[in-house]
Design a protein around this ligand. Structure first.
Ligand code: ZN
Length: 468
């Protein structure tokens, strides 16, 4: 659905059923009536919804569909029960999390037993280790199951699951089945083989052999070798070229994998060394796509500093934090030389994030990479334009911008707020410092601001605030 080209999405033949009509003062008395009407309008609604007038008829419905659901042309794991009358729905209202007039009924998940043949370990793009159970293939809910997730070391210990065990596997709403329990009565211990021995969790990374670490409060083990562990390096490259980072969109995950495996790129900076001849060695890479790719790489040298900072992949640094850091420190060297105290002065940066920044710049591999990227001409400081338009005048202030303005567009005003250290928010709350009101501001917003005692200012007031 995230494709830029909506035609590509259309080709995927996605479909949906509508299950609710939303609106104020709807001309229906009940949920059922609203869906019948929606169907008349041409929306797809489930043909199998039913109005039940007693608990008995609800139970009968559930019973019927527990069997019949396997004949539907979509997968389903349950039924939603709703109070039909809108008036009664209104009377029942909501809890903090959900309506009191609707509840989901889940069918019992399908379950089978099989043999655990081995446990393997996968390394994710963030370095997280996931243990995977390799099972003797077994039929479950219409598919052949060969693997199941074991999540982490705690789960393995809790289940006391061992290679050779007979295990119960369940498939609920998730795509990947899971091991529910072990049939210990069927366990046979073979002292001369792995079979039946307690599972010893791996201590070293299966991809790069680094000693694994487990951070406080986290369930997964991690491979700490961020700059040398293949899946992590590939993950960093994919992040680096992403649209919201360096936007080298012709360099997809598959090509990155091929270039990495061919030894042509070992880290982010190597991307800028790529030559056309290198690219043409890659399978299915045509002359034209190679040229496009090189053009994309060249264009990325103009990507502004805050996005470069996001792209280099410092742990915990998302787009927003990268932007804040960029505007606060203005260039990579001041950021690199900042100590813990200075980092904590930046809004929203906690101790954990500050420490990751310090650790990142203490790593000689990362420093060498940044130096190389600098030489390639990437933007490691704010541009002249960005520098002249910024201040901290609106630091710690939160604005809601509403209505139509005469001197600037709404987006320009929002940008000015950010450039001066302020925050934009979509809705008025007790935390709002100012409502910046243009013409035709909604009466509801006005009422809310007055009720909460939030100051309402005009466009001219705002211009004075930042011009001072
Ligand atoms: Zn590793």
């Amino acid at each position: 659905l995230k494709q830029q080209d909506s035609k590509a999405v259309a080709e995927r033949k996605l479909d949906c059923y509508f299950y609710s009509v939303l609106g104020q003062d709807l001309p229906f008395a009940s949920h059922f009536d609203s869906l019948i009407e929606a169907k008349k309008w041409g929306f797809k609604v489930s043909a199998d919804m039913e109005k039940c007038s007693s608990v008995e008829s609800v139970l009968k419905y559930l019973d019927k569909w527990d069997k019949k659901r396997h004949d539907l042309n979509v997968e389903t794991d349950g039924v939603v029960l709703k109070v039909n009358s809108y008036e009664q729905q209104k009377f029942l209202g909501f809890t903090a999390k959900s309506p009191r007039w609707a509840i989901a009924y889940k069918f019992k998940a399908a379950r089978v037993s099989t043999i655990l043949e081995s446990i393997s370990y996968q390394v994710g793009r963030t370095g997280a280790i996931t243990p995977v159970a390799n099972l003797k293939p077994v039929q479950l809910a219409g598919t052949t199951v060969k693997r199941a997730s074991l999540h982490n070391a705690d789960i393995i210990e809790k289940l006391d699951v061992r290679v050779g065990d007979t295990v119960f596997v369940e498939k609920g709403g998730e795509i990947i089945p899971k091991i529910i329990s072990v049939d210990e009565s069927k366990r046979s211990i073979d002292l001369f083989a792995d079979s039946g021995q307690p599972t010893a969790y791996i201590t070293h990374c299966p991809e790069c052999d680094a000693l694994l670490v487990r951070r406080e409060g986290e369930a997964n083990h991690y491979c700490p070798n961020e700059s040398g562990c293949p899946p992590q390096v590939k993950g960093k490259m994919e992040h680096f070229v992403a649209r919201r980072a360096m936007n080298i969109d012709s360099l997809g995950a598959e090509t990155i994998g091929q270039l990495f495996d061919a030894g042509l790129i070992r880290n982010i900076a190597d991307i800028y060394d790529l030559k056309k001849d290198d690219l043409l060695k890659i399978e299915r890479m045509a002359e034209k796509s190679a040229s496009n790719l090189l053009a994309g790489i060249l264009a990325s040298k103009q990507v502004p500093f805050e996005r470069v900072l996001f792209a280099i992949g410092i742990r915990h640094i998302g787009e927003t934090t990268a932007k804040k850091l960029a505007y606060y420190f203005k260039n990579i060297d001041s950021l690199k030389n900042a100590n813990l105290e200075q980092l904590l002065e930046v809004g929203d940066i906690g101790e954990r994030t500050a420490q990751t920044i310090i650790d990142y710049f203490a790593d000689p591999v990362m420093n060498a990479m940044i130096e190389k990227l600098k030489k390639e001409g990437l933007q490691f400081e704010l541009s002249e334009e960005q520098l002249t338009n910024t201040s901290e005048k609106l630091k710690d202030l939160s604005f809601v911008v509403s209505g139509v303005f005469t001197k600037f567009s709404r987006d320009e005003i929002k940008k000015m707020i950010e450039q001066n250290g302020g925050k934009n928010s979509g809705s008025i709350s007790g935390k709002t410092s100012y409502v910046l009101a243009g013409e035709n501001m909604g009466p509801e917003k006005l009422k809310k601001a007055e009720k909460l005692g939030v100051k309402i200012i005009s466009e001219d007031d705002f211009i004075k605030m930042i011009a001072d």
